[in-house]
Each structure stands twice: as C-alpha cells, then as structure tokens.
Design a protein around this ligand. Sequence first.
Ligand code: 3UK
Length: 531
Amino acid sequence: MVNLAAVTERRGYNAASDFVDANVAAGRGNKIAFKEANNTLTYGELQKQSCRFASGLAALGFGPETRMVVLALDTIEFPVAFWGAIRGGIIPIPLNTLLSTEQYAYMIEDSRAPLLLVSEALAKTVEPALPKMSWLKAVIVIGDKKIISTGSIPAYSFDDVVAKGKADLFTAPTLSDEVAFWLYSSGSTGAPKGTKHVHSSLMFTAKSYAEQVLGIREDDVVYSAAKLFFAYGLGNAMTFPMSVGATTVLLAGRPTPDSVFEIIKNEQPSIFCGVPTLYAALIADKRATKGAGSAKLRMCVSAGEALPQHVGENWKRQVGVDILDGIGSTEMLHIFLSNRPGEIRYGTSGKPVPGYDAKILDEHGKECSVDEIGELVVRGASAAEGYWNQREKSRRTFAGEWTYTGDKYVRDADGFLRCCGRTDDMFKVSGIWVSPVEVEAALISHEAVLEAAVIGHEDSDGLLKPKAYIVLKQGFASDDALFESLKAHVKDKAGAWKYPRWIDVKAELPKTATGKIQRFKLREEDAGTSA
Ligand code: 3UK
C-alpha cells in the first residue's frame, strides 16, 4: 500500500527532482522518455535540457515566482520547457492551443505573465494580441523567432535560450505547498479562471490514480490523444509515465482516426487515453480490431465527458481491451472517480480513486440517499490552491477540504457513481467545455440573428453537441446558406468545436419575467421531440 500522506507531507520539494532527476538517478538516463515523429528525448537529455532552459531563463532575468504562459503543441520541447520552468521555480501556464486571439489576450493579461512561450505554428494567432499586453517582457518561440513580430518586446528562439543556459544540475528551493503551475478552467459565465496547483499535487495524482487504478509500470508506452495543455493529457502523457520511468508518444497534430491508428500501429502503445468523441469515431473505423493495431495494448482510458455505455462496450468487443471511464477536473488536477480494471460498470464513472472521498449533496447540503441525484463534492490532496484573483468563485468551489464540482451525480446500491449532467448549463464537446453563453454571444454578433439560445443535444452516439435556437432579424430568411454562414461565424468567433450542429429558427425564445433565457425549457422540449 502506498503511503499517500508522505507525498504531501514533504516540505522543501521541487517536482522536477521527483519526476526528472529521480529517473536519471535510478539509471534511466538513456531511456527514451518522449518520442515524436522524427525525434526522441531521453530522461538524461530531459534533465540536461531542462537545467539549461531554467538557467537560460535566469540569465534573461527570469527566476522563481515568475509566470510563463505556454502556448505549445505536443512536441518534445513541451516537457523541456515545463520541467525547466518548474525546476527554476517559474510557474508554467499551459493554454489550450485551439483558442482565438482575443481569448489568448485575456489569459496572458489576466495571468500577468512576463514570459510567453509559443510554438511557431501558433505564433500568428497570438501575434495581434501582443501590442496590448501590459505585463509581457519576453517572447520565446519554439522554432524560428522571426516568424512573429513582437514590437518592442524582445523575442528569443527556444533553442538559443537552451543553448545559452548551463547544464549544471540545480533546482530552485521550492516547497511542496508552493504553486508550481496554473491551468485555465472555463466556467458558464465570466472569463476563464487561472487555477493554481502546488508542487506536490502532481505526484499525488501519479501515486493515487496512475499507480493504483491504472497500474502504470516502467515498461509501459503511453499514447494520449488528449494534449498536454489539458490537465487530463498532462497527467496521461507526462507526469504518469514519468512517475515510473515509462515512455510517452507525442503527436503535434490533430488526433483524427487516421493519425491515431497510425500512431497505435507504429508505436505499439500499452496504454491509450482519449475522449468519448474520439472513441466513438474510432469504433466506426474498420481498423478498430484486436488491440486497435497494437499487440501490447492493455488498457484504455476515457475522461472529459461521460463515456456512453455502448461506446465502451463496442470498443471492448471490437478491440478486446477495456476503457476505464473516470471523471477528473482542472480543479482536482486529474481523475478522482474511476472504474477499475476487473470492476467496470460502463455508463458510470466508477468509484472514488484511492486518496479521494466523494459525497453527493442535496440542495440543503445534506447527503443524498442511494438513487437520489445531487451535486458531486470531492476531497483529495490534489485540489487546486484556488483561482487567481477570483475570490468569490474560489470560496464557492474550494470549500475547506471539499471541492464542489458543479456536476450532478447519483450513487447506485453497489456504490457506482453515475453522471447526470451539470448544475449549470455547461456541456462538453470532445471533452472540451462549451459555454452556451459564449456560443450565443457569437451567434448574436451575426447580422441575421436577433436572439439565440444554445443547449447540448445528443448525436447518434449519445454524445452532446451544440444545438442553437435562434430568432432572426426582420428581412433574413432561414435557408442553408444562412445556416452555413452561422456555423462558420461561430467557429471563427468561439472555437472550431463549438459551432451548432443543428439550428432551429423560432418566432420567440422562452424567457423568465426578467428576460433571462430558459435553456432548461428548450432542453425539455428537445428531449420531448427526440424521444
Ligand atoms: C466533466 C466528466 C462525466 C465534468 C479532466 C480528466 O475534464 C477534465 O477537466 P475539465 O476541467 O472538466 C471537468 C468536468 O468535465 N467530466 C470530465 N470527465 C468526465 N463527466 N464523466 C467523465 N468521465 O463535468 C467535470 O466537472 O476540462 C478530466 C483528468 C483531468 C481533467 N482536468
């Protein structure tokens, strides 16, 4: 039995020692830690390069408690930069790589980071935001720094910063309770929230979920279709494999059935992690047979949104490997309720992961009985320290030892917990949040739309996608050309995965006396027509 308390009791502690240096000390210096299309990175190289990057940043004047926004694709520079920053006491803040210029402007400014690390391919998206940034002091480009024009802000190439740094082994004297990195979490209303995580949380999730549920081992090869910028991918593809000296396969591009099957065939992973939408697309492909192309595949993981029962069962039948569905969150860092190997109930999120406790509360804060729906509240040492500069939301979400998830759950007589939706109007598409408010705002910024309401509607796989109800302005006709134009408009304004797959034109929308759109009424109406 692992002593989880020991992980959080340590005082002077830098996570880079535990995840990077410990592997080299254990004799894994020449073992491949990360592998991408044309490149590999051993544990020894990761140690040296992360020391060089930290020392290079120090030479530029950036040291402990400085923040660095990371807008980077999944390439081997990501772990070098992440661990280099952590080693130097610098706080990396990975951002979703699928967002818009405006969203980046908000988060860079909100974080007050003086440092921005950006992959060449993402430079053009963030470039227009730079002149307005009041805290930014340096931009580091993974690739050619000339790709981006940064005005008066100095730009450096990542390779130059690494080359100029010293390879001497060092770690900043951080503490286990000290903030190590942030992740931005989105909410139903208001802007994304910088979620602050401490050094010890990373190893806590590895010792609890990865070791005791996944049973991760040194000889595992992990491929996670979920990217490193997402807490789910950060655990799957970085901290979990590194916690035991295993190997991770990285893909910089989009995880499509083609690219995913290609990687599985070429790299023969033993663990695969994805989101429900991807599993649904994979099982519809003729390559979804024994091991999905890997003779070594032994375990699959799903999170981000609920895995529909039939998707899990069909995958198991076709591929012969189980999918462990588990729920995690940016606030809790990783998965805290999960199915376990040999004890899977498809259609549920399983039971609490060792090291976590869960309860379901009714609207009076009283624990629900079996089969009664309430809000899921969870306790565990990987909970974030709080949100940056959002005291009201922090106090509501992180109430002492307990974290309020905003998810509706029900416990059955055997103790399995099942997701029943959200306490707000939010939903996930491909494991990434969609806020109805945001899609509605994008829709009404179109010249033809007077009012809009957005809900999640189940597609043929039982997975939610945005459905829009709109009221048109006078003089606009509802035809396919308009619908296509609206979809393109939302993709551009709000994000590619957020566009409405269905658009319903109405004469008016249901509203409260105070004029607030009643999405629940549309959900009821929608459920009534599709049943
Ligand atoms: C929903 C699920 C049902 C749920 C995440 C694994 O998704 C992650 O983090 P986010 O902050 O979203 C958290 C919310 O997503 N959710 C996630 N997994 C499931 N709902 N079944 C599931 N299996 O609403 C939750 O509150 O984006 C997932 C690991 C780390 C993560 N950050």
